[in-house]
Design a protein around this ligand. Structure first.
Ligand code: ADP
Ligand code: MG
Length: 487
């Protein structure tokens, strides 16, 4: 049997974060009562005319810029004709021969650190369809309902080249697109709510063969974890099938997360089944240079640029910069803390350490953190100005997290202020020396290079007596001079 190579191309549907639909004024808000947000245009009533939402076009322009893609100065909406109960018009308005976004590419970092370029074939604007509800309807058993709230929601469908060679790579690419569209604010990225949907085209071929194998298209994948599992299942299925003498048929398969398998949904339509033709109700989209330049000028910093800036400006490692820029909200949070407390390393350690752990434990996202960036910055400033030790700061953080107030309030009410008064510190140092004559003797007998380590014991004793409040640097210095005295 030959060795098999996997080939994957993704079609990603991103729901654009506009307030209203792509061709009507209805709201795009998620979660409304069924059919309360569908207008005559969305319902496909005869005699109504679609009007293009300029904001959706603007978002496509931003995406083109973000992946360095060709932007078509002239693009055309086309009707994709098919029948389905959730599409009362009988056609979906999409773009076909002349999409707004042409060839582009994104760079992904693979597990071994290598950088790989994944080609984006095109990205086109289109409207979403409605949704069939087979359960949870108030219709009673055995009935299905159609909710047209989603009909006409603007989508940007991003089609990749068949450039990925494993499920892992496909997930890395999908995460990258997710990162980009959320950074540039064109999509909220919520996969559970269907704002970011991935269809995976998967085929296998004998290693070394140029010609692509026959693909299956996997649908119904609503998380990155399922994307990886669905692809891996499908690779196995295709290889087994071929090795048993069978052949892969081109079809659409549904991923079932409960059973962790894919199963056939329908044979694949060919483009000519759709009878695409330019939509006579809509004018071609012509972009003016001035308008495009304005949009580009207002673009936020892109994730890759921000990652390298974090390394140069804040002296972070590539690894830390990567984690801290994973999402725009996390990067904003970190940057606010770093700038306000004036210590990027400290800020990075806290955001990736204490804060991440607390979020994880409470299953919260950073946008819902009970300690915001300003509050954390104030706490870190109190470490920097020696009001509290780093260790006690963790206690303060927990109290802040539990809603007991800001850093200063908690430090005050819990009496956690660091002791820096020389008299008080000397008192503790004396007590510890008197209580541990043997250790004092050992220290004085020890080689000078061993002493630095041994001093930790004495400092630890003072920290215990002071309940963590003694300033450890000062205590360390005091011991050093006292222990050296008589040796
Ligand atoms: P359609 O619109 O009919 O789904 P496209 O030709 O636009 O078909 O391709 C859709 C996606 O499938 C693209 O991402 C493309 O890279 C990918 N693709 C095409 N052929 C293969 C193949 N043989 N194996 C894996 N992916 C493929
Ligand atoms: Mg497709």
């Amino acid at each position: 049997m030959p060795q098999w190579e996997t080939v994957i191309g993704l079609e990603i549907h991103t729901q654009l974060a506009t307030e209203s639909k792509i061709f009507s004024a209805s709201s795009t808000q998620f979660g409304a009562e069924p059919n309360t947000q569908a207008s005559l245009v969305d319902l496909g009533m005869p005699g109504v005319l679609p009007v293009l939402n300029k904001r959706a076009v603007e978002m496509a322009v931003r995406f083109a810029r973000a992946i360095d893609a060709e932007l078509a100065p002239y693009s055309v909406f086309a009707r994709k004709n098919y029948f389905y109960p959730d599409l009362p018009k009988g056609y979906q308005i999409s773009q076909y021969e002349l999409p707004i976004v042409g060839q582009g590419e994104v760079e992904v970092v693979l597990d071994d650190g290598a950088i790989k370029k994944i080609g984006v074939t095109r990205a086109h604007l289109e409207e979403d369809a409605g949704k069939s509800l087979h359960e949870d309807t108030q219709l009673g058993g055995g009935m299905s309902g159609i909710d047209l709230n989603r009909a006409g929601t603007p989508l940007l469908e991003i089609v990749s080249e068949p450039d990925m060679r494993s499920a892992k790579e496909a997930v890395t690419y999908a995460r990258k697109i997710h990162q980009i569209v959320t950074y540039i604010g064109i999509c909220d990225g919520n996969m559970q709510e269907g704002s970011f949907r991935c269809d995976a085209n998967v085929s296998v071929r004998p290693l070394g063969q140029k010609k692509l194998g026959t693909r299956a298209e996997l649908k119904n994948i609503n998380s990155f974890r399922f994307l990886e599992k669905a692809i891996n299942y499908e690779i196995e299925r295709q290889i087994d099938l071929i090795e048993d003498g069978g052949a892969v048929v081109q079809e659409t398969r549904l991923y079932d997360a409960d059973k962790d398998e894919t199963r056939s949904m329908r044979s694949k339509e060919e483009a000519n089944d759709y009878r695409y033709f330019p939509d006579p109700d809509l004018l071609p989209v012509e972009l003016s240079d001035v308008w495009v330049d304005d949009i580009i000028a207002s673009m936020p910093e892109l994730p890759d640029a921000r990652r390298s800036r974090f390394q140069t400006q804040y002296g972070l490692s590539a690894y830390d910069a990567d984690i801290l820029t994973a999402s725009r909200i996390q990067a904003d949070y970190f940057e606010m803390v770093a700038d306000q407390c004036g210590d990027a390393k400290l800020a990075a350690n806290w955001v990736m350490g204490e804060l991440a752990a607390a979020l994880n434990k409470a299953s919260l996202e950073i946008k819902d953190a009970p300690v915001d960036a300003q509050a954390l910055a104030r706490l870190l400033s109190r470490i920097k100005d020696n009001t509290i030790s780093g260790k006690l700061a963790k206690q303060v953080f927990e109290a802040m997290w539990a809603g007991e107030g800001g850093a200063d309030e908690v430090i005050e009410s819990k009496g956690l202020k660091q002791v820096t008064d020389a008299g008080a510190l000397e008192g503790w140092v004396n007590e510890v020396m008197v209580a541990n004559p043997e250790q004092v003797e050992n220290y004085r007998q020890a080689e000078p290079e061993k002493r630095a380590k041994m001093i930790g014991f004495f400092v630890g004793q003072v920290m215990k007596r002071s309940k963590g409040k003694a300033n450890p640097q000062q205590v360390n210095a005091l011991f050093r001079s006292r222990l050296e005295e008589a040796s």
